[in-house]
Design a protein around this ligand. Structure first.
Ligand code: 5RP
Length: 229
């Protein structure tokens, strides 16, 4: 069976120029891109990499690439990342990883933010398949849950729990993660602002009109998409 993530990664690597600073997100498509970069000795050695993901950063170190912290990164030339789902405007839900705050910081710093993945990620309009994830300050947990319930009485709001630890999953920034399962999404421009305005919300996992391109691969080949507003 064709490896569509690898096909998308092959198209993505063609956009990288020697000497650039490249941001990388999380997931298997990003891991495929890193493996390809590792095979490009001189290009790889010329790059500075920065990642929003602990796992990807560990891989970057294993490969021996130059790596920089997000705090010291001014403007990556390109930030590549996967997503759970994206639409025709390149709005994306990046919910599974629970690291959307760092991902949004890098996506906003970068000159270009490019989504990569297999064609199964694309839908015409984002739907309620995936939850919206909200990173919230621990002290604001009750307030955030209460205000979310008031805004979205039909939604199911779950505190994300740890897998191999008793209690809540703690984000990379020491915060709580709330998975909000909607029956139907409200207009994305409203959702984007409404959730962000709740006191104690650090960030949510909707990337509204942030991506500049998407590279997807599927049975019909590789497609490079631009946002259609
Ligand atoms: C999680 C994400 C990841 O980037 C995404 O899940 C990675 O997907 P894949 O492994 O298919 O490349 O946004 O929130």
């Amino acid at each position: 069976m064709a490896d569509y993530k690898m096909e998308a990664a092959k198209a993505a690597i063609k956009l990288i120029q020697p000497g650039q600073t490249i941001g990388l997100g999380a997931g298997s498509t990003i891991a495929a891109l890193l493996a390809l970069l590792a095979a490009e000795g001189s290009l790889a050695a010329s790059l500075t990499l920065v990642s929003s993901s602990f796992k990807t950063t560990s891989l970057i170190r294993e490969y021996g690439f130059n790596v920089q912290s997000i705090a010291l990164t001014k403007s990556p030339d390109i930030y590549f990342d996967g997503c759970d789902q994206f639409d025709i405007e390149l709005n994306a839900l990046k919910s599974g990883g629970g690291i959307h705050t760092s991902e949004k910081i890098l996506a906003s710093l970068a000159a270009e933010f490019i989504l990569i993945g297999d064609a199964g990620k694309f839908v015409n309009k984002l739907d309620a398949t995936y939850p919206l994830v909200i990173e919230a300050l621990p002290a604001a947990l009750q307030l955030v849950q209460y205000q979310l319930f008031n805004h979205f009485p039909d939604a199911k709001i779950n505190l994300r729990m740890g897998d191999k630890k008793d209690g809540a999953a703690i984000s990379d920034n020491g915060n709580m993660l709330l998975d909000v399962y909607f029956t139907k999404l409200i207009p994305l421009d409203e959702l984007n602002v409404l959730v962000k305005m709740v006191p104690g919300v650090v960030e949510h996992s909707l990337f509204y009109r942030m991506a500049t391109r998407a590279i997807i691969a599927g049975p019909e080949g590789v497609r490079i998409m631009k946002p259609e507003y």
